[in-house]
Ligand binder design. Structure first.
Ligand SMILES: [Zn+2]
Ligand SMILES: [Zn+2]
Length: 124
């Protein structure tokens, strides 16, 4: 079945608005920030921002040093096309595989653009 752009957008919105997808997203955020936050409050793995989960994104660490986890992720049929709700569902289904971290949009954007956040390991 061929979906039009409109249909695809409507579907994405439907998925995003489901209460369980919000809950799943929170679980994923909590899981990957636990060793930094030491609590149930998800935070950015780089600057520690934790005021709003809306500012946080799931970052795919690999590409730098995590070659092993990359291999593992491929075995689990990870594809870079997974994002947003689809990624949350995939992570939950695959039992929170290694290779992801939680970043805020700022740190994630700079990492994507420059390879790393200019304030990595420093006070933001
Ligand atoms: Zn940050
Ligand atoms: Zn940062």
């Amino acid at each position: 079945m061929v979906q039009t752009d409109e249909e695809r957008k409507a579907n994405q919105k439907k998925n995003r608005d489901k209460p369980e997808s919000k809950e799943n997203r929170l679980k994923v955020l909590q899981y990957y920030s636990k060793n930094l936050s030491h609590s149930d409050v998800p935070c950015c793995n780089c600057c520690g921002l934790n005021s709003h989960i809306e500012f946080l994104t799931i970052d795919h660490i690999a590409g730098r040093q995590e070659m092993d986890s990359e291999h593992n992720l491929k075995k689990l049929k990870y594809t870079p096309k997974l994002s947003g709700t689809a990624l949350v569902i995939w992570i939950t289904k695959n039992n929170f595989p290694k290779g992801f971290q939680i970043l805020c949009h700022n740190c994630n954007q700079t990492k994507g653009y420059y390879g790393k956040c200019p304030l990595e390991n420093k006070q933001h």
